[in-house]
Ligand binder design. Structure first.
Ligand code: F0G
Length: 459
């Protein structure tokens, strides 16, 4: 199959230099970082696909909006402008700005989650998972089984397994479930979308059980684009119309604006319930800031107000989703196995299949991450045993994740086709010497969230 590239619907106005350091310098940088790409200097990275969060390029309209920022402590005009955009797009009665997505999750969990309560979702992102656990709660992932089969081309692989959800609620009782969630798109499961039909069915199950329903909306616009392209009855609807329909099903949402609002920092927490919002405001004042700025500068609110609309633009979304599909298809042409179909914001590479000779305990996806840097100074992120393997307290045995993945997250409006071609070329080179690549062992690993600070040694 020939990879098709959708040309950028913009031209470049500000050029930020990046440099490819020499092979020897890369080797030295790897060693100094303990073979952990999180510990590298960003200036030593050529193409940075670590995350699509806060790493996108803002538009001239957003930069201009920054200058209009009103830094009044209370009641700033920037807040009014953001409020108008949030009400127009999402339609909830109340909202609070937060400094990023996890701050919204923290406040929501502080207000609603009690010890030993469950919060079901298709799949929680790791900060959502951790914020629920931090309040003594238990996050539960009930995504459809197709999600764990990388080759399965299901068009809505982020869907909730509604039968499992019903059984879970029946088995544990609604009083043990303070709220339910849905992550769109499902980042932890390959950036895969959720269908409107599935959102409706899930919302209905929560509704009949009296369980408030929250959407993790980090990449909602990308999800709406997939609905428009793939789901019957949505071809003629605008992305905004689809978004309005999606959020009309929910009682509230959390959002990392660093994704689909195309800003470097910011988040949102929206609800319809007045009493809950009063509690949210109190928590917000305690932890983030006054409710009309929520831990951000006035100018950040203005950039977000503009970015929210730019994230809904169909020409932008066609190019954006096209980039991910392009890189996926180029890699597949090289026989590099990835999660199918291409997700919204990133390419998820099956490292376990590229290095079948490296056992999970020797971190094949970490090895691929290191090789990619060694080959071309490209940075991705390991989503495998470094991140998830743990000792089960029940039997003291190691438990490994089902897949050893490397995620290449594509920042918004940042890299061009030739950058993506370069990344694919790096994979071709790695594949040709795959058999000689060895695994890694820890020389240091903290107990929690170890992937951020661990150090390794090659075996
Ligand atoms: N929800 C989802 C689905 C996310 O992907 C993220 C962040 C968050 C919540 C938390 O938002 O970072 O603004 O506090 N994902 C980033 C990533 C970090 O690389 O996938 P945040």
């Amino acid at each position: 199959m020939t990879a098709i590239y959708t040309p950028e619907p913009f031209r470049i106005k500000v050029a930020e230099p990046i440099q490819l350091i020499s092979r020897e310098a890369r080797e030295a940088a790897l060693k100094a970082a303990g073979y952990n790409l999180f510990s590298m200097k960003a200036e030593d990275i050529y193409i940075d696909l670590l995350t699509d969060s806060g790493t996108g390029a803002m538009s001239p309209a957003q930069w201009a909006a920054l200058m209009n920022g009103d830094e009044s402590y209370a009641g700033a005009r920037s807040f009014q402008r953001l409020k108008a955009a949030v009400e127009d797009i999402f339609g909830f009665k109340y909202f609070a700005p937060t400094h990023q997505g996890r701050a919204a999750e923290n406040i929501l969990a502080a207000c609603l989650v009690k010890s030993n309560q469950y919060v079901p979702s298709n799949m929680h992102f790791d900060t959502t998972d951790a914020n629920i656990r931090a309040r003594g709660g238990r996050p539960v992932n009930l995504v459809i089984d197709e999600a764990s089969d990388p080759a399965n081309p299901h068009p809505f692989k982020g869907n909730m397994d509604v039968a499992k959800l019903k059984a879970f609620i029946a088995g544990h009782g609604r009083e043990k479930i303070p709220f339910g969630m849905m992550t769109v798109t499902n980042n932890a499961g390959g950036g895969q979308p959720v269908s409107m039909e599935n959102l409706k069915a899930t919302a209905e199950i929560y509704r009949v059980n009296g369980i408030p329903f929250f959407i993790d909306a980090a990449r909602y616009a990308e999800n709406c684009y997939f609905i428009q392209q793939r789901e019957a009855g949505y071809r003629e609807k605008s992305i905004k119309e689809i978004a309005r329909e999606m959020f009309s099903l929910a009682d509230g949402m959390t959002m990392s604006a660093k994704k689909d609002a195309i800003v470097n920092i910011g988040g949102l927490l929206c609800v319809n319930d007045e009493a809950l919002f009063q509690n949210i405001e109190n928590e917000l004042i305690l932890r983030e800031g006054f409710p009309t700025y929520g831990g951000l500068a006035g100018r950040d609110l203005d950039a977000m107000a503009v970015g929210l609309y730019e994230g809904l633009d169909e020409a932008y979304l066609a190019y954006r989703i096209g980039q991910t599909a392009y890189l996926t298809s180029k890699l597949n042409d090289l026989d590099i196995p990835t999660i199918q179909p291409a997700g919204g914001h990133g390419v998820y590479i099956n490292a376990g299949a590229i290095f079948p000779h490296i056992p999970q305990g020797e971190f094949p996806a970490q090895a691929l991450c290191v090789e990619l840097y060694r080959e071309g100074a490209v940075r991705g992120v390991e989503i495998g045993s470094v991140m998830f393997a743990h000792i089960d307290p029940e039997d003291e045995q190691w438990r490994y994740p089902a897949l050893e993945l490397l995620r290449l997250a594509i920042p918004r409006r940042t890299y061009t086709q030739s950058h993506l071609d370069y990344v694919a070329d790096c994979f071709a080179a790695i594949k040709s010497r795959a058999e000689s690549v060895r695994g890694y062992k820890f020389t240091y690993a903290p107990e929690l969230l170890r992937h951020f600070t661990a150090r390794f040694e090659p075996l």
